[in-house]
Unconditional design. Structure first.
Length: 401
């Protein structure tokens, strides 16, 4: 997609200047001609850093995609053509990125391009997995039903991911607040009492000496500590871009108590749900595995999927590498093995996905209910120790007076 600056005239000879986006100059001229303008001058311009749109996250959220697919299916069932449906959805959507993508998809459809191929031109909006399933649906003539299934897939995936995020967000928030409170106490409250303790020359308890030492350390070396923290964060981000380091981090996360099982269940649910959706829509299993790897973010699971793909290419089974790996529960591998032997792999994948999606909901609620009192107790102990370190010497001084 490129930006073009144009000068054109309308039917009455009035000049219009502006910019538009198109795949090539011919398409840009056609767009202006369709709007009733005669092109006088057309130049391609490079978008500056100030005119680019930045998206810190996915431009189209899963919940937006669910609504889009559900409405797409409903309009097709009402008897509208794909082109008219895209036009209506483009007019009503509030997401600017999706609106722009649908605008160009409508143009491609009017020029004879298939829906799947049009979507492939916008990979940031429409994932490869969605375009491939749409392609299979167009070939088989089951686009309406497939869109409903895709909406269900994105809805289940969104709910599972949100459950895990919500479960992890709570402890992270509490820990962040705890750190801020402790730093405030050590840097602004505790120093107020230091001069008083020194003035009376009291013999301070051991806990008070520790708290005062930490407070002094923060006050004198806060800039160095901040620099070390930023350097650690930068190093972490840098290492996470390397597959080997990311693999070890993901493996460690899966082995953590409480959090590890929840993350594993979420990844298994995502993997099985994606494979099921692809296989059901007649996507070859090798291609389905490659597409599933793009959905599952955990490097450990991705590595096992690579081994399964290699096993299939060598005449083996899909479930054998899963059965040999520590991350996959015995129940999962046995169900998939039975599915392969009986020719019902899709059914087994659907059952495993549904089981773990429900399990994630239950486990996340249990995780939050168990973690809440633990975090409150930890925060109380930390803050209580600081307060105690100040109060005990004050009582001693009061008794001396």
């Amino acid at each position: 997609m490129a930006d073009y600056k144009y000068t054109a005239y309308d039917f009455y000879g009035r000049v219009k200047k502006g910019r538009l986006e198109a795949y090539n100059p011919e398409q840009a001229k056609k767009l202006l001609k369709d709007d009733g303008y005669k092109v006088e001058d057309l130049k391609e311009v490079k978008a500056s850093i100030w005119t680019k749109e930045f998206n810190l996250s996915r431009p189209v959220k899963n919940r937006d995609m669910v609504v889009f697919l559900q409405q797409f299916s409903a309009l097709l069932e009402a008897g509208l053509t794909v082109v008219d449906t895209i036009n209506i959805l483009r007019e009503q959507t509030k997401n600017k990125v999706l609106n722009r993508a649908l605008y160009y998809i409508e143009i491609d459809l009017r020029q004879g391009t298939s829906l799947a191929n049009s979507m492939r031109k916008h990979p940031k909006v429409f994932p490869t997995i969605l375009a491939n399933i749409i392609h299979s649906a167009e070939v088989s003539g089951s686009l309406e039903d497939t869109l409903d299934e895709l909406a269900e897939y994105y809805q289940k995936h969104y709910k599972t991911v949100q459950k895990v995020k919500t479960s992890l967000a709570y402890p992270m928030t509490v820990m962040f607040v705890a750190v801020i409170v402790v730093i405030f106490l050590l840097m602004y409250v505790v120093p107020q009492f230091v001069s008083m303790f020194e003035q009376f020359g009291a013999d301070l308890p051991f806990i008070t000496k520790i708290v005062l030492s930490i407070s002094e350390l923060l006050l004198n070396y806060w800039l160095l500590l901040l620099f070390c923290l930023i350097a650690a964060l930068v190093l972490t981000v840098y290492l996470m871009k390397h597959n080997q380091a990311k693999y070890y981090v993901d493996a460690l996360l899966l082995k953590l108590p409480f959090i590890g099982p929840l993350l594993l269940k979420s990844n298994l649910a995502s993997m099985c749900r994606t494979l099921y959706s692809l296989l059901k829509n007649a996507v070859p299993i090798i291609d389905a595995i490659d597409l599933t790897k793009q959905t599952v973010k955990n490097k450990v699971i991705q590595g096992v999927l690579d081994e399964s793909k290699l096993s299939l290419k060598q005449g083996g089974t899909f479930s054998k590498p899963l059965n040999d790996h520590w991350a996959f529960p015995f129940l999962v591998t046995q169900m998939l093995l039975v599915g392969e032997k009986t020719g019902s792999l899709e059914k087994m994948l659907h059952q495993v996905a549904s089981f773990y999606e429900d399990d994630v909901n239950t486990s996340s609620d249990q995780f939050k209910s168990l973690l809440e009192p633990v975090l409150i107790i930890m925060l109380s102990i930390i803050v209580g120790a600081i307060v105690l370190a100040i109060v005990v010497p004050m009582f001693d001084l009061y008794n001396q007076i």
